[in-house]
Design a protein around this ligand. Structure first.
Ligand SMILES: [Zn+2]
Length: 180
């Protein structure tokens, strides 16, 4: 992990909103699992559960490393951690409403593979493989795209962009007027 990562004030992390440029960064692989990474993961779960999310990627809190957390069941003890994840297989298709914690209030119909196989490491550094179907497969695909700086808005079709035009513009205006 880069030096800058260890200087981050973890309790101060918040969920970044579109169009924050940090959401567009290509994330770096994680090279070691330590106390800071565990604290980051805990903070990400806290932020995700606060808003009843089912997935959150590290770049969404401004830490550009290849990590996401997920809770497809919505149960607070269902805490799945994916370090350096890689989707190895996609199959079938599903179409459904998809949202993103960095796009509050925006939902779009998005076509995804219905089955996704992912390889990753858990918080103890163990390699594992998981096959996700339906919502879990959707989360895998959505969160892995975050790690490459790809966002919900890139996936939205023309109709959906038009339908959400006002909400997108409001997010852009809010970001532009927020002091940083
Ligand atoms: Zn997202």
């Amino acid at each position: 992990m880069s030096e800058t990562w260890h200087d981050i004030d973890i309790p101060a992390l918040r969920i970044l909103r579109y169009p924050d440029p940090r959401l567009r960064k290509e994330c770096a692989p994680i090279t070691s699992i330590d106390g800071d990474l565990r604290r980051l993961v805990d903070r990400m779960f806290e932020l995700m559960f606060d808003v009843h999310g089912v997935g959150l990627a590290a770049p969404q809190v401004g830490v550009t490393v290849r990590l996401f957390v997920a809770c497809p069941t919505g149960e607070s003890d269902d805490r799945r951690v994916y370090i350096n994840p890689r989707i190895t297989s996609l199959d079938g298709s599903q179409e459904g409403e998809e949202g993103c914690l960095s796009f509050p209030g925006i939902y779009s119909k998005i076509k995804r593979a219905d089955l996704a196989v992912i390889e990753a490491h858990d918080i103890d550094g163990r390699a594992f493989e998981e096959t996700g179907q339906g919502l879990t497969a959707r989360i895998f695909q959505h969160e892995c795209e975050h790690l490459d700086g790809r966002l919900l808005v890139d996936r939205m079709g023309t109709v959906s962009k038009l339908a959400n035009r006002r909400a997108l513009k409001e997010l852009e205006e809010k970001f532009a007027s927020t002091p940083r």
